[in-house]
Design a protein around this ligand. Sequence first.
Ligand code: 2M8
Length: 455
Amino acid sequence: MVEQVVPAVGPGDTPPADTAARERAALAAVARTTLDGNWEHDHTVPSRTLYPHQWSWDSAFIAIGWAHLRPERAWAELTSLFDAQWRDGRVPHIVFNPVVADDAYFPGPAFWATTSVAGTPRTVTSGLVQPPVHALAAWHAYRRAPSEPARAALGRLYPRLVAQQHYLSNHRDVGGAGLASIVHPWESGLDNSPAWDEPLAAVPAEAAVLRAYRRRDIVHAAAAHRPTDLDYARYVAIVTAYRAAGYRDEQLADRHPFLVECPLFNAAMGAAESALAHIAQEIGADPGPHRQRAAAITTALVDRLYDPTTGTFHARDLRTGRLTPARTVLGLTPLILPDLPTAQVEAILVEAGSPRFGLAARMTRPLPSHDRTAVDFEPLRYWRGPSWMNINWLVRYGLLTHGHPRLAAGLGASMIELAATAGCHEYFHPDTGAGLGSPAFSWTAALLLDLLAEM
Ligand code: 2M8
């Protein structure tokens, strides 16, 4: 595809006249530098230090950013990820770069050992998945920079996106109610969320297991901000169980130690069907079945994961059959479903606008990842309190989808302000706004570019 460079903000190189515009151009330049620095021949690493390979849902968000700068990279990003799709349709959550040392990230390629499994690509990948936000991202990227080559790339991606959905709805519907189960906290993307505390505590493991391995995350990030050793021991135990079964999904209910229906994962799966309906229409395929599946997933999500007593969505632990009690930001994300009934939209707005999350038309800080008023709210530990750009982007997208532009503007302004003050960090202190985790993080940069272009 021909290289096409699109200015992130403003008409080319002429410096904008007013200060605000100059600040925005400077911010866009930081985002561009971050993405350029993390570009790696056919994909973008989330972070050069902490995450030196390709991550699935990161690539989806990152593609949205590239659509503003170099649209051909948006399509290369998604294409390289889907080149690693397994024959059963699963899109692996990590695609390992073979030139990076095995111990640069834990767990590395040798631990996953996927190449000996039938139906896997030549490249080593993980055997897990992540929230299927790719169809939404592909559609968004296309609308940001439509062109004939982009339509052709979208057309090539379409059957792969459909296969991804097919995998989730046919292999992962462990609960039998039309929702997909995640088999590991890493599949949620919000790995360390309090939503997983109960199901994770039931996974047998001892921190001593980690003596056989070397965690790499705490070499690059403060241990106090990362999951504990016991959490990691359980993460390892769950992957070990899945790997021992050849990453197969038959009889998961009888043998797998962690099975949860996540509100965000399933909202993404429903929103993917709505996006696929748009994509299908654009490329001359039939949007009807996608619309039907989107409606069915939305209905199942409300039936299974909405709790009328708390007025928000929770994760369901299939081992106990119960909803997990934590009120995390996951509960707000079904807003991305265009067919979400008004009662649930209203309930989410109440929850989001409460002191738990602080959504308002004028707000200082973006949404935290966990209820600010909860006793286990931890402003520094990842996914247990800090603010993340991707989740805020999704909620903002949901606010626009349901006709709340003032709230979306308030949220968007707080996100831009955060990055303007702290830079393109991986996550941010939910009160002070200080940057945390990796300092040059790709999805923060990508989604910032999207916001700057839109607002
Ligand atoms: C984090 O997850 C990885 C495991 O997949 C890790 O902690 O090592 C999460 O924030 C996840 O959502 C993200 O995709 C990944 C790469 O940015 O990092």
